[in-house]
Design a protein around this ligand. Structure first.
Ligand SMILES: NC(=O)c1ccc[n+]([C@@H]2O[C@H](COP(=O)([O-])OP(=O)(O)OC[C@H]3O[C@@H](n4cnc5c(N)ncnc54)[C@H](O)[C@@H]3O)[C@@H](O)[C@H]2O)c1
Length: 269
């Protein structure tokens, strides 16, 4: 593992490590290897089904349960994290996504709109809610960095990604809109990372995942970015080397988003 103490002395909160396959699991591990002190958080239900407690023990990080759709639970989470870590937060990762319609096999043209509310609440509004709590409680340090993970279906059509595409478009918009306010107030950066298809619980839940994983792998000159690659990119964006990067959607996809056609795809059987 590459490590350069990029985050020495920094404090952070990592959302969304469910199990070893989670992107957030790798980000948390990388951040601690880079010298950061962190707390880990996930929804109460994930505490029962996932293995986040093991990660907490491994990284010597407190695990705090919080539903990202609850302002009260987010407020308690950040207050506790600031106390435990001994000061305001230098970085926060939002790595949360869930669609009931996708999970229950409802197609995009036959959406259950009650479930869609839930998808938008969990996968996108939670990002605004989280930033609003951080902003109002003044829990971020000057020049801090906030990141959320997204997918290119926000800009291009990937039919099986269904309503999650719309949730990601909203998520990316929140990064720009809140990035303005946080930048003016505290020099805090807000960005989204648009990650390659990655084999995780959320990723593999999307119909046809294996096909678009291998399509992207062939299309991208560098191949798909892995969860470990993503963790290193996150560490760089949490570090002081990227102090002027904000309000951006940053593609981290081995070049996939800039490709038109790749002969390697055409020559595939
Ligand atoms: N896997 C991919 O192919 C891929 C590609 C691009 C972007 N992403 C994004 O990366 C992020 C992380 O996903 P992942 O692939 O690591 O899968 P994952 O299933 O490991 O992570 C999703 C997390 O969201 C958490 N979560 C769900 N509801 C919650 C709630 N109410 N409150 C708090 N947390 C809640 C889950 O417990 C889980 O830890 C998501 O935003 C996902 O959309 C994934």
């Amino acid at each position: 593992m590459i490590q350069h103490q990029l985050l020495a002395g920094k404090r952070g909160v990592i959302f969304g490590a469910l199990d070893e396959s989670s992107i957030a699991w790798h980000v948390a591990t990388q951040c601690v290897a880079e010298g950061a002190k962190i707390t880990l958080t996930n929804a109460p239900v994930a505490m029962r089904f996932g293995t986040i407690q093991q990660l907490g023990e491994k990284l010597n990080a407190e695990v705090i349960s919080a539903d990202a759709t609850s302002t009260e639970e987010l407020t308690a989470l950040f207050q506790k994290s600031v106390e435990i870590l001994g000061g305001p937060l230098d970085f926060v990762l939002h790595s949360i996504g869930m669609s009931l319609n996708v999970r229950k096999g409802k197609t995009y043209t036959d959406i259950n709109h009650e479930w869609m509310h839930k998808t938008l609440d969990i996968s996108a509004m939670s990002f605004h809610r989280m930033m609003q709590v951080l902003y109002q409680t003044d829990s971020m340090a000057d020049g801090g960095s906030i990141l959320a993970l997204t997918y290119i279906a926000a800009q291009r059509v990937f039919p099986d990604y269904s309503e999650m595409a719309d949730a990601k478009a909203l998520l990316e918009s929140f990064a720009r809109s809140f990035g303005y306010h946080f930048g003016v107030k505290k020099g805090v950066r807000v960005n989204t990372i648009s990650q390659s298809p990655t084999r995780t619980t959320a990723g593999s839940g999307v119909k046809g995942f294996d096909d678009f994983f291998s399509y992207a792998e062939t299309m991208a000159p560098l191949g798909n970015a892995t969860a470990e690659d993503c963790a290193r990119y996150c560490a760089s964006l949490f570090s002081d080397y990227t102090r002027a990067v904000t309000m951006q959607n940053l593609f981290h996809d081995g070049g996939f988003s800039s490709m038109g056609v790749n002969p390697a795809v055409l020559s595939k059987e």
